[in-house]
Design a protein around this ligand. Structure first.
Ligand SMILES: Cc1ncc(COP(=O)(O)O)c(C=O)c1O
Length: 296
């Protein structure tokens, strides 16, 4: 993507099978619109899409509690609850993709219920389930759904089955069990809630810089959005500049388009969180100075 216009075409997919709704990013809401109206607008778009396709032809709705790669998008209050209600109304399954958010990043085992108050039909998990030490993913299916496929509520001769060559691999599962034991023993969730609220509070102070458009996130999943102009290309360059300065000072952020994405380790302490914010702050100042000298 370096030096080229940001091209989203590599995200293309078969549009008559997979459909996307617009992202519920409060920072991008139309000027003058309340957060609640913006939420209802996005939820209404889901309803319209289901009706356009035909509810009988829609298998499921997939959403991340906080969208990761899409730009750490924390939806407006009530968005998940309202989209789940729409799914229930049309008997569309709700799948919560918690590959990033489960097992501690937001200070809970699962973000769907503990952070956003919803109980999905399926939750997908990976990364955090072993703290990344072994490759393991899982789909967690609700009792209600399994019962509809295999149990008393199922039609005759219908049953749920699924398997991969390495399903339930003993080594990766041992790593997951050990990590879950450590999570519980060391009260990782409590630690993340404590450090995470400190981290977000300090990170939000970066909003004072003119090139910082938005700072958002939950606990240890965060993003600093840089905006220098309406020109998409200039914005992309600025995140890369901030990242380069951060790396010189020992901090790795993930520059994604105009976003600096941060996923500190769950065991980071408050001093470590402060150091991240200090380095970012210095790097933003260095970037602003650099851009000023380019402009001259
Ligand atoms: C939210 C989310 N879902 C799914 C995936 C892909 O997971 P997997 O590689 O296990 O298919 C990723 C990878 O980064 C992700 O961030």
């Amino acid at each position: 993507m370096n030096g080229k216009k940001c091209d989203r075409s590599y995200f293309n997919y078969i549009t008559d099978i997979v459909h996307a709704t617009a992202d519920p990013n409060p920072y991008k809401k139309p000027a003058g619109m309340s957060l609640e109206d913006f939420c209802d607008l996005r939820v209404g778009e889901l309803r319209d899409k289901i009706l356009e396709i035909g509810p009988d032809r829609v298998a499921c709705f997939i959403a991340e509690p906080v969208m990761g790669s899409g730009g750490v998008i924390v939806p407006p209050p009530g968005y998940h609850k309202k989209t789940l209600d729409v799914c229930r109304e049309y008997d569309v399954l709700y799948i919560s993709d918690e590959v990033v958010t489960a097992f501690g990043r937001l200070g809970h085992y699962f973000a769907s219920e503990d952070v956003f108050g919803i109980v999905p039909d399926i939750i997908t998990v990976a990364k955090g389930i072993t703290s990344g030490y072994q490759p393991l993913g899982a789909a967690i299916i609700s009792d209600t759904l399994v019962n509809r496929i295999s149990g008393d509520a199922a039609s005759e001769n219908s049953y749920y089955t699924n398997g991969f060559t390495y399903s339930g691999h003993p080594v990766t599962c041992a790593a997951a069990l050990k990590y879950l034991e450590i999570m519980k023993r060391d009260k990782i969730n409590d630690h993340v809630l404590d450090v995470g609220s400190h981290f977000m509070k300090r990170l939000k102070t970066l909003k004072e810089f003119p090139i910082v458009g938005d700072v958002r996130g939950v606990c240890l999943m965060a993003c600093v959005e840089c905006m220098v102009s309406d020109n998409e290309q200039e914005n992309i360059a600025v995140a890369q500049r901030v990242d380069a300065h951060c790396q010189e000072k020992g901090l790795i952020v993930r520059p994604y388009e105009n976003l600096c994405i941060l996923s500190p380790p769950l065991i980071i302490d408050k001093a470590g969180a402060d150091r991240i914010v200090d380095i970012l702050s210095d790097s933003i100042i260095a970037t602003m100075n650099e851009m000023e000298s380019i402009a001259i």
